[in-house]
Design a protein around this ligand. Structure first.
Ligand code: FE2
Length: 427
């Protein structure tokens, strides 16, 4: 007898009436019309069953610090960096762990079960690193956290930057980060990409850099990142985050660059909520959107995912850990309103994000982990439109979170048929 069986589920690829059988925390069978004896059975009634949401780009050491020691009045990147500088001396390990755990609660409730978080390695105390390693340990039974050694102040620009980053990796941080566009000169930025990729090759680690988070069309560190990836044989292990300068680059140059990225097997992460608010700030009108060229990168076969980047921190006062909100913004900013485009935006916060993170056991198919989310929606497009309620969230067969369906009770004078007023036509 099975441990658990879900019947009549719709899957993100469009298959309907699907049964998913679970045994010992793993999926043992996925088939249309599947029915078998099980200790526990759930009728999904045609609702969408998706693999969990994954956030491939986040800053868990800064999250939920909104208002500490003050709010970002202008909402700009520069005031955010200044504010983070004011906050850093006041940080305690305990407070960072507590905020990370709170965010983990939010994430799980939203069906977000894997997060790649950059952690600031600039300070020799490595206090944020120690705190995030502890938070990762405490959440390991319900949330997959990957940590990226992120030299926020520049690995070459800040004193001891490289040593601090190496020390963070020795403590157990999983991924080599970088921020080449923030180094003092373009040449130093290039040098930082080279040395960090060499370090990753030597240690056998993946690479994920903040790369060209700028409106400067001549910020071309992604070219070096792709080159170094190929030179060092790091294909499939390297990600470029943000790549916003590509928004402003010359089309001819991009026509050479995108195939180079594809050839190198480098993936890309855009952060729509943050890119649309922080980029283009030096523009009058027209104002650039700043997000990288998502559909063009996807069309070249490059794995492109969306990240949340920030939630209630010095750079962004909003956010709730909802990757459907991220997909919703990405879809709008990139004008990906075709049926295919909208589904690709759903993939950008699920399967593509899992691929960027190199997650094992991900997906709704036999042999994978029984980790999935039941949404109050019929398909991925409706899920994005409604930022659909996460009815149930499972990880490895264990139910972690559930929520009641969203059904408003309306009392509208003179209106007799108000059943569709909720916006959710699937209920
Ligand atoms: Fe970031």
């Amino acid at each position: 007898m099975l441990d658990f069986l879900i019947t009549r589920a719709t899957l993100p690829d469009g298959r309907t009436d699907m049964g998913v059988a679970v045994q010992d925390g793993r999926i043992v069978e996925v088939a249309a019309g599947l029915n078998a004896p099980a200790h526990d059975t759930l009728d999904a009634a045609g609702q969408l069953l998706t693999p969990p949401f994954c956030d491939p780009h986040f800053h868990m050491d800064a999250t939920l610090s909104y208002g500490l020691p003050r709010v970002n009045q202008s909402g700009t990147l520069l005031e955010g960096i200044a504010l983070w500088g004011e906050l850093k001396p006041m940080l305690t390990e305990e407070a960072l762990v507590e905020r990370a755990l709170d965010y983990g609660d939010w994430a799980v409730a939203k069906g977000l079960l894997a997060i790649r978080s950059h952690v600031d390695t600039s300070d020799p105390s490595l206090l944020p690193v120690r705190a995030m390693l502890e938070a990762k340990r405490l959440m390991a039974s319900y949330l997959d956290v990957q940590l990226v050694a992120f030299p926020q102040d520049g690995v070459l620009r800040s004193p001891g930057g490289l040593n601090n980053l190496i020390h963070a990796l020795e403590l157990g941080v999983d991924v080599v980060g970088g921020i080449p566009h923030f180094e003092r000169t373009y040449a130093e930025g290039t040098a930082s990409v080279k040395l960090l990729c060499e370090l990753a090759a030597e240690l056998g680690l993946p690479v994920d850099m903040h790369c060209d988070e700028s409106d400067d069309p001549l910020s071309r560190h992604i070219e070096t990142l792709a080159f170094e990836t190929q030179r060092l044989g790091l294909q499939g292990r390297v990600n470029g985050s943000h790549l916003t300068s590509m928004h402003s680059m010359d089309n001819y140059y991009v026509s050479k660059l995108i195939p180079l990225i594809a050839e190198a097997g480098v993936s890309a992460v855009a952060n729509p909520l943050i890119n649309i608010t922080l980029q283009g700030r030096h523009d009058t009108y027209p104002k650039r959107r700043g997000m990288t060229r998502v559909p063009e990168l996807m069309a070249a076969g490059i794995t492109v995912a969306f990240g949340h980047d920030c939630v209630m921190d010095p750079w962004y006062s909003l956010g709730s850990g909802d990757m459907l909100e991220v997909a919703h913004m990405g879809l709008h900013v990139a004008q990906m309103t075709s049926q295919t485009g909208m589904r690709q935006c759903f993939d950008a916060v699920t399967t593509n994000a899992a691929k960027v993170m190199g997650l094992q056991g991900y997906g709704i198919e036999a042999g994978k982990d029984a980790s999935f989310v039941l949404l109050q929606a019929r398909d991925p497009i409706e899920a994005i439109r409604l930022r659909a309620t996460r009815l149930k969230v499972w990880r490895k067969g264990q139910l972690l979170s559930e929520a009641a369906p969203t059904v408003p009770h309306l009392s509208l004078p003179g209106r007799t048929a108000a059943a569709h007023q909720s916006g959710n036509r699937s209920t």
